[in-house]
Design a protein around this ligand. Sequence first.
Ligand code: KIV
Ligand code: ZN
Length: 518
Amino acid sequence: MTESTVAREKVIIFDTTLRDGEQSPGASMTIEEKIQIAEALERLGVDVIEAGFPIASEGDFRAVQEIARRVKRSVVCGLARAAYGDIDRAGEALKPAERKRIHTFIATSPLHMKYKLQMEPEEVLAWVEKSVRRARSWTDDVEWSGEDASRSDRDFLCRCIETAIRAGATTVNIPDTVGYAYPEEFADLIRYILDRVPNIDKAVVSVHCHNDLGLAVANSLRAVQAGARQVECTVNGIGERAGNAALEEIVMAIRTRADLLPYRTGIDTTQIMRASRLVSAITGFAVQPNKAIVGANAFAHESGIHQDGVLKHAQTYEIMRPEDVGLVKSSLVLGKHSGRHAFRKKLEELGYRLGDNALNEAFRRFKDLADKKKEIYDDDIIALVDDEIHAHEQRVRLVSLKVECGTEVKPTARMVLEVDGVRREAEASGDGPVDATFRAIRTIVPHEASLPLFQIHAVTEGTDAQAVVSVRLEEQGRSVHGQGSDTDTIVAAARAYLAALNKLLVKRGKRAPAALSA
Ligand code: KIV
Ligand code: ZN
């Protein structure tokens, strides 16, 4: 760290991928997946991990509890409405944490107070006091948020903030819940709060911006310039509706425009790509190619003029170095004769640590792949390992698949699956090979789930490239994502479908998440 970085004021990075991010329709995650993301966030160096909303469901409670047990460096945070039941549940879930925070919120805008809460402003104010005090009985680190703060009456909001700090809040968060704010206006609100709230120096001012108008990052950065010192954000910007401010954009803007933003974060930026890939693989939300920082084209120079310039001097067209965000060129890696040791080393280099079972399975599949494909790249290995990330709790496994298709025949799939350890076979025809394959799965494991998403992309160039297939299944309000890869697109599709189906089987019987207002 250079002297100038030490002198810079720190902006606390509060990540809510596991809470607000998980509230995106279709992004629900299993406990194991949440743990993997929490570990990636800790490696990334986020200061606070909002791990979930413990009152929402038994699954949320257990996820927060497990993350609280495992994470050591980041503060682990649980969300709670202004209700004793919520706060106590968050307090219970966070008990094992070395460093814990309870984040309690209540709406402060006239619209929300009248129609959603059906409370008078004075009642809301009383709950600010009661909820923060209750949270303080569990921990000294309490964050209070005024939901819909950007559309609240400024003076009422200031009274709420003053009350929250008096009751013991150490962070006060100003959410732009509906993504309505405009950068200059939002910065002005932060300045107003800093000028008017008498005890504001006793708490950190935080912002939480949604991206409905595409302004979440701009609003957050202007707020920092106005005096906010915590930014709430998510990896890849996932979150309710249009999402939250993207962590990678906030962090890289602060780093790249140090001339205008004289602050620092504790983020190890070389971990950004890895965290982005993991979140995308787990949620099934593909990152758009032109997405800032983590999109596939973010560092690609297509036009001749740009390529020529970059070759002569990288900074002609590059304001950041790809390696600064952990983008390493996909290199030719292993081959048919590479052993387990080399494979494990390669995984470590790519940032993956697998348990013994997952490592054995990934190695077996790597050997299969090496038989089929001459050249194996980093991206092939990443696709393969991402499959293993989805492969836990597999009650239904693919044993074999044979598909007949083409211009002269009706597409037919013959499939053998292992269901709870028992081999089952089926044959089905369909409108195409994928349809036939999915019908065969439905014959063996009957279910009514719909298929709102089916996506294929190639991992590398060439006709022998692996296909990565993403599948989303929906059943009675439950939405699950599965991913599968193989050099055979139909096998990849079957793997993806089975990964999603296995998650659905786990989710069945669990209570659907309660409708939440956060
Ligand atoms: O958007 C919002 O207002 C929230 C709060 C719970 C912070 O997510
Ligand atoms: Zn939010």
